[in-house]
Design a protein around this ligand. Structure first.
Ligand code: CP
Ligand code: NVA
Length: 299
């Protein structure tokens, strides 16, 4: 039984294979020879809001021959306290796979353990593996070349789910990852230890941007952290991708954002629009990469 629960649990070879499969999915969209999810029904359980992840999975499942059922966690008994392990065992008898977005990583892992069907992490507080696979795919598409020659700079909340998945991806693929974040928002020593690789954490955002191939950011206030919004906006000020920062990066550097974007916070409006082509290609690639993930977990 295969699952996609984290970047940490993937090998470099598995990541490379998923990226190669995604390229085929993208090239052959609308004329897939086989329909790997034919006759399958997949549940999408979401405890948090979503535009990209939800739509790309619903469309992707249909394009591969399956049918999605969207379940807002607050509409099912899970939202009234039914245990994960019971929800998982019920769904495991009715559907063929589950895409789960929630808070604790442990909950997605418990679901996978009990359900007996392929389970995909659609974002937890700890990781966002589907996002990072789509980001890697986008970089590979736009800037082909060996991973170990690339420098990727993450700017902002370096302890958030997206940053953590970047840390594990760096450990696997060998690119240099620089995390520019204020104190209290850096990746935890435990995550850095588990990841290995070439990861440099700094409070100096300008030093982190210098010569980078990619500047990447995510929201300053992740879902579930709304109570800390005022403090976060204050502390993270200055960790913004803007013209000054882009000027320090390598000429032609990619500017990426997983979206949704808050202009004037983690990125300024001009820089966002100047790099909108990359950012929305990145969003589109969620579809192609997740179709590769779906086909891979049922293989
Ligand atoms: N980037 C991302 O996962 O977007 P959604 O929250 O809209 O799914
Ligand atoms: N770090 C963000 C990612 C959104 C796709 C969050 O968890 O809200």
């Amino acid at each position: 039984m295969k699952h996609l629960l984290s970047i940490e649990s993937l090998s470099a070879a598995e990541i490379q294979a998923l990226l190669a499969d995604a390229a085929v999915m993208k090239r052959e969209r609308g004329r897939h020879g086989t329909q790997p999810l034919q006759g399958q029904v997949w549940a999408l359980i979401f405890s948090k809001s979503s535009t990209r992840t939800r739509v790309s999975f619903e469309v992707g499942i249909r394009e591969l021959g399956g049918q999605p059922i969207f379940l807002n966690a607050s509409d099912i008994q899970l939202g009234r306290g039914e245990p994960i392990c019971d929800t998982a065992r019920v769904l495991g008898r009715m559907v063929h796979g589950t895409v789960f977005r929630t808070f604790a990583q442990a909950d997605v892992e418990e679901f996978a353990r009990y359900a007996g069907i392929p389970t995909i992490n659609a974002l937890t507080d700890e990781e966002h593996p589907c996002q990072i696979l789509a980001d890697l795919f986008t970089i590979r598409e736009k800037r082909p070349g060996p991973w170990h020659e690339k420098v990727i700079t993450f700017v902002g909340d370096g302890a958030c789910n997206v940053a953590t998945s970047w840390v594990f991806a760096a450990g696997r693929l060998g690119f240099e990852l620089r995390v520019a974040a204020p104190r209290g928002f850096q990746p935890s020593p435990e995550v850095l230890r588990r990841a290995g690789g070439r990861i440099h954490c700094t409070e100096d955002v300008q030093a982190a941007a210098r010569g980078a191939d990619v500047l990447y950011t995510d929201v300053w206030v992740s879902m579930g952290k709304e109570a800390e919004a005022t403090e976060r906006l204050k502390t993270l000020q200055g960790y913004q991708i803007n013209h000054t920062l882009v000027a320090l990066a390598k000429p032609g550097a990619l500017v990426m954002h997983c979206l949704p974007a808050y202009r004037g916070k983690e990125i300024d409006a001009e820089t966002f629009e100047a790099h909108a082509q990359t950012i929305f290609d990145q969003a589109e690639n969620r579809l192609h990469v997740q179709k590769a993930i779906l086909a891979w977990v049922i293989r």
